[in-house]
Design a protein around this ligand. Structure first.
Ligand code: UDP
Length: 316
């Protein structure tokens, strides 16, 4: 029997890659998105493909899907610091009301539910690297609080549906991920640096650039998420690449790969910007037998052609 999956946020960066992989695996995919931060450009190659349907809908409203559903992957949310600063109420609503609606649908359909959570649930961490057992250090009233707290609420809601209603649930805590289809203007480090390097503009490193991040290539992340989906693990699981770099090192790597002569300028560090971040993936290795395969230089090379094309299109 063909399995059917609903992906909320299916026209976003991660949603569209998941849709592609599930279709390849022989699944039917219903992609739901209100196109607030997602775009049809990400799924245009899937429209008209057998087994793929797009529905434009805001998941904070009642969700109706006709027919059976085996999986619901809840990926709808603004997810870059610039986006959730510009869309604070929508971010809170999709994490809370949207998660409630998507869980209600999972209960109704007897579908397995997977929540896209985030390393932001650890806030500015005081434990390094971050294991799933760490409860985090989040400022609820700072500018990032709208995203961090919405996702923490979404995790709590997911566990409640699991424990109280017996819904089969999975929670992935996603660490920084990059690859084709990130929006050039979403303000994240990778699109900002690649865009700036390719245009020969100054590269904007926030603070002194000593803060660290650990970057996972999107194909590795998708494999990890689908492995988790097919496992029995209901407790949150980190998926990410533990290779850790300072943001200054990261900017320099991007500049070198782009063959760019851009200079690096420093700008103020955003409020509550985490000083360090690196996933402890020992649980994913142990329980899922998963670990990332694509290291930063290779992943950046795989990503470059996409941004070269975006910058060309912008200039035209
Ligand atoms: N960053 C930067 N310059 C930029 C964009 C981001 O130095 O133009 C920094 C940002 O302050 C953070 C890191 O890069 O320390 C990663 O930022 P991103 O927005 O990609 O994700 P975050 O991990 O903060 O959610």
């Amino acid at each position: 029997m063909v399995r059917r999956a609903l992906i909320t946020g299916g026209a976003g960066f991660l949603g569209s890659h998941l849709a592609e992989r599930l279709l390849e695996d022989g699944c039917e995919v219903i992609c739901m998105d209100n196109l607030l931060t997602g775009t049809i450009d990400n799924i245009v190659h899937l429209l008209g493909q057998d087994g793929f349907t797009f529905v434009k809908q805001d998941v904070t409203q009642f969700i109706h899907v006709a027919g059976p559903l085996d999986f619901i992957l809840h990926f709808a949310s603004p997810a870059s610091p610039i986006d959730y600063l510009e869309l604070p109420i929508q971010t809170l609503k999709v994490g809370s009301l949207g998660t409630h609606k998507a869980l209600g649908l999972a209960k109704e359909k007897g579908a397995r539910f997977l929540l896209a959570s985030t390393s932001e649930t650890y806030g500015d961490p005081q434990v390094h690297p971050q294991p799933e057992t760490y409860w985090g250090n989040v400022n609820p009233v700072g500018p990032r609080g709208v995203y961090d707290e919405a996702k923490r609420f979404a995790e709590a809601m997911t566990m409640a549906y699991h424990r109280y209603h017996g819904v089969e649930t999975r929670i992935v805590r996603i660490f920084n991920t990059y690859g084709p289809r990130m929006r050039l203007d979403d303000g994240r480090a990778l699109p900002a640096f690649m865009g700036q390097a390719l245009r020969g503009e100054s590269m904007t490193v926030f603070g002194d650039g000593s803060q660290t991040r650990s970057f996972c290539y999107v194909d590795d992340l998708v494999t990890g998420i689908l492995t988790l989906l097919n496992s029995d693990e209901a407790e949150p699981t980190n998926i990410g690449n533990p290779g850790e770099f300072t943001i200054l090192q990261f900017a320099e790597k991007v500049r070198e790969l782009c063959g760019s002569k851009s200079d690096i300028v420093h700008q103020p560090l955003p409020v509550d910007d985490p000083k360090v971040r690196r996933p402890d993936i020992s649980k994913a290795q142990r329980v899922l037998g998963w670990e990332p395969k694509i290291q930063l230089e290779e992943g950046l090379k795989l990503t470059l052609p996409y941004f070269q094309e975006r910058v060309r299109a912008d200039n035209a």
